[in-house]
Design a protein around this ligand. Structure first.
Ligand code: NI
Length: 171
């Protein structure tokens, strides 16, 4: 296992559309192990492979509270097959947009088809935090960030701030 560095906006790779995983081999298992290590270290509750620079449709997640045992979850090639008409507003953050939190409106419930790390096809009916988080992570696989769901004004402000930070770091 290895700790990976997490890409931060305005890194262009975050806008790539990730490729489906064709087969779950040692490289996918190694990627998943690295992603968990990186996600727990950050710490974060969800991570998409593209956030560590790998354009593959792989998501790791752990929604356990601090006082609960870890509940690592892996979603490979996740696909939303149904979304509720009812919407829900939830405050979101992203390891690729550090220290920025904003309320985002999304379908309150979704059904998601995916493969687990054994390659077994599964489907989950997600609500609450899981619904928010899985939609946020699937967005990443499509090159979409949660700030894309905000007003242009808010989004431009955030992008400008992080572009300045990146320029300063490069100087
Ligand atoms: Ni994110």
């Amino acid at each position: 296992m290895a700790l990976r560095s997490i890409l931060v906006i305005p890194e262009k790779k975050l806008r790539l559309v990730s490729e489906p995983v064709a087969g779950i081999d040692a490289s996918v298992r190694a990627l998943v192990a690295d992603m968990f290590e990186t996600m727990y270290e950050a710490p974060g509750i969800g991570l998409a492979a593209i956030q560590v620079g790998e354009p593959r449709r792989v998501v790791t997640m752990d929604l356990a509270r601090k006082d609960e045992p870890r509940q690592p979850q892996v979603f490979i090639n996740p696909e939303i097959t149904w979304s509720s008409e009812t919407l829900n507003v939830h405050e979101e953050g992203c390891l690729s947009i550090p220290e920025y939190y904003e309320e985002v409106e999304r379908p309150a419930e979704v059904k998601v088809r995916y493969l687990d790390l054994e390659g077994q096809p599964l489907e989950v009916h997600a609500s609450g935090l899981l619904a928010t988080c899985i939609q946020h992570e699937i967005d990443h696989l499509n090159g979409v960030l949660f700030i894309d769901h905000l007003s242009k004004l808010k989004r431009d402000r955030v992008v400008k701030k992080y572009s300045k930070v990146a320029r300063r770091a490069a100087e």
